[in-house]
Design a protein around this ligand. Sequence first.
Ligand SMILES: Nc1nc2c(c(=O)[nH]1)N[C@H]1C(S)=C(S)[C@@H](COP(=O)(O)OP(=O)(O)OC[C@H]3O[C@@H](n4cnc5c(N)ncnc54)[C@H](O)[C@@H]3O)O[C@H]1N2
Ligand code: MOO
Length: 436
Amino acid sequence: MSSTADKAAAPDRFWSVDEHLDDILGKIRPLEPIELQLLDAQGCVLVEDVTVPADLPGFDNSSMDGYAVRTTDVEGASEEFPAVLTVIGDVAAGSGELPTVGHGEAARIMTGAPLPPGAEAVVPVEWTDGGTGGGPAAGMAARSAAPDGASGEVRIHRPAVARAHVRAAGSDVAAGALALRTGTVLGPPQIGLLAAIGRATVRVRPRPRVVIMSTGSELVAPGESLGPGLIHDSNSYVLTACARDAGAIAYRVGAVADDADTLRSTLEDQLVRADAVVTSGGVSVGAYDVVKETLSELAGEEGSVDFRKLAMQPGKPQGFGRVGPDRTPLLALPGNPVSAYVSFELFVRPAIRALMGLEPHDRETVRAVCAEAVASSPEGRRQFLRARYADGKVTTVGGPGSHLVKALAEANALIVVPEETTAVEVGAEVDVILLG
Ligand SMILES: Nc1nc2c(c(=O)[nH]1)N[C@H]1C(S)=C(S)[C@@H](COP(=O)(O)OP(=O)(O)OC[C@H]3O[C@@H](n4cnc5c(N)ncnc54)[C@H](O)[C@@H]3O)O[C@H]1N2
Ligand code: MOO
């Protein structure tokens, strides 16, 4: 990592990709935990050990629709010589009052219903006549259509061992056991487990609120017509989508004009709802690069943002700092659309994950064979080429131009050409970041 003294000594030096990322991650702390409703906690990191308050399942219950019986009553039963039992009633899922099954008796029972006292096993309805007096039943008639099914006689065609088709209380997880350990990322199955054990809320690190601001007086919102020299603002959309995809709650701010006062006041307004701010555009060396101009002048309570050149392509000009009274992290990305996207992947995505208390890096990098040559790559810069990866092979899509959004939309990977490599031959192996 570069010290302040290094920077003062060489203000124009190129930062490596790793130095810039280290600088960002070194200054980002995970957000303070809060209690969230289960569904709001999806994708978040748990910050408590969750123990199971009561057995799951909470009671012995049937795993099949069938008949709850005593095993001795069905010993030796067959289709030819069925055991004939008196049906004493129904036990449906949710039944609170249970009939006691005595000798020579059976209760018709539904999947998930509590095993009634006296019964030792469940015989699936397909192994009975379903109370019809005919051959093997395919299922039970609906209670609404045949209320008498809960009475009369049933012929059982097979014997049953004790506990057959019975799910024991606590067989999923017992009371007092650890359900989920602190640090667990809450995906759908973990949320399901929490709900099953009765937890309505959990303590997690929240999703960061990320404000996305694109800048540029040439930008017009999609859906609006273009005047001369104007273009549609795509960066704020792609970056908002990226931020959501990374796990953030993203707030897209419409394009801000290249005007220092507007930028400053918009930023001030947005800081109240931001755990991080991402800007695009205005970080290069032009006369209208207002982000750089405005944010590099911040001082004292306003925080500070450092603008630097990175040894990468695309994504050379970048800014990073902390702004406002809460020292909210701000990442200023270059405006070229591909540069903005690649910069998000490399720097903002890990930053969002760090705010959530997650391992910053989640994109998989694999080795792949280049199916076509890369004619040239700038020496001293790590190049990220848009590509399609499949079955161990990778092919570039589009060229290296940072404006090629169609090719970006076709890519599923980035080829990483190292700083010292200036060309890649067909058949050579390269690192490929899979974009997921
Ligand atoms: N003389 C130099 N010129 C440039 C250099 C340099 O080193 N010397 N660096 C180039 C590189 S590399 C990049 S990347 C860009 C970065 O420029 P800015 O961050 O200042 O971005 P802008 O000038 O605002 O825009 C660049 C380009 O991208 C388009 N753009 C911007 N915002 C959006 C948006 N929200 N949606 C769609 N397109 C957007 C904008 O119209 C420009 O075409 O600077 C190079 N120049
Ligand atoms: O670095 Mo720029 O991001 O090459 O187009």
